[in-house]
Write a protein that binds this ligand. Sequence first.
Ligand code: GLU
Length: 370
Amino acid sequence: MSDSMYQRIVVKLGTSVLTGGTPRLDQPHMVELARQCAALHERGREIIVCTSGAIAAGRERLGFPDVPATVTNKQLFAAVGQSRLMLVWERLFEIYGLHVGQMLLTRADVESRRRFLNARDTLLALLQSRIVPIINENDAVATEEIKVGDNDNLSALVTILASANLLLLLTDQPGLFTADPRLDPQAALIPEVNDIDAAVRALAGGSRSGLGVGGMATKLQAADVARRAGADVVIAAGRAPDVISRIATGEPVGTRFPALETPLESRKRWILAGPMPAGFILIDAGAAQALREKGRSLLPAGIVAVEGNFERGDTITILSADRAPLARGIVRYASQDVAQIAGCHSDQIPDRLSYTYGPVVVHRNDLILL
Ligand code: GLU
């Protein structure tokens, strides 16, 4: 993929990168990472940082208390460390005149369609306002059932959420090797992986790095998810000079996993493969033409009737006035609200509903023509 395609980039920074293998946050190195992100931002790119290090920062802040490694204690460290971590990122990005916005996610935020839309709206709003989103798992409250568990997989979910073009997994290794480079002097870096098959998985083994949670195995899982969602993925050393800038401008650094399709194709496939439509929206001839021929979003003005009970984030089928299926898409308002705004101009949404999720009922990017 050419450099210019890397418009939206998720940079995942593992604990090992942030601490340099020590028990403390390495702020001189963090400022260097912030500088690289800021330089790309300056050139018009959109950067999303997925940061680990909350638990490590909490331990450091509390003076490394000698307590058992229970889930609750880790959550306690995360609660203390997350605000510390954000304070550091906030200060470092401020040096470059950039605002940051914190988002703490769990698996549930990405898996439920409604929460997916909410999280995505916030993320996109931050990017649109040129604020750097800084994302971590909500470790302090995430229980076994709702947590992603490692930030490699979290960053892949963020890549889907953002429809990003590049996921950079920065770690303490230069990439994926043919053997463990710490044990085998013949081990060579694999520059590109096109198939994440059993042989490739075997190379990752159970490799782990110090304080972090993931290893190569979770990086491969994340790479697999993200490339299916339309992003190129690169695993590289977070301490290599100018690593973020070099990869973002297409230099072959680390191990690259080319995307399998575009983010838009992947989104559309996701809509088609999704659950059975929860309801129908009937539209008039003008709206049908706007969808079919002009590639527009569905606005309330063209809606004639609503059938079924659906929630914001559900998949619905759009029917023409003669009930022919026109499109399938993810709806941004619940059925009773669509019924209330049907036929009205988008400007009237706040009056009719006393809130608004924006002017469109089904956005173009969430819609496929049938
Ligand atoms: N969310 C964890 C933290 O901030 C890190 C998880 C990981 O390293 O994968 O401490």
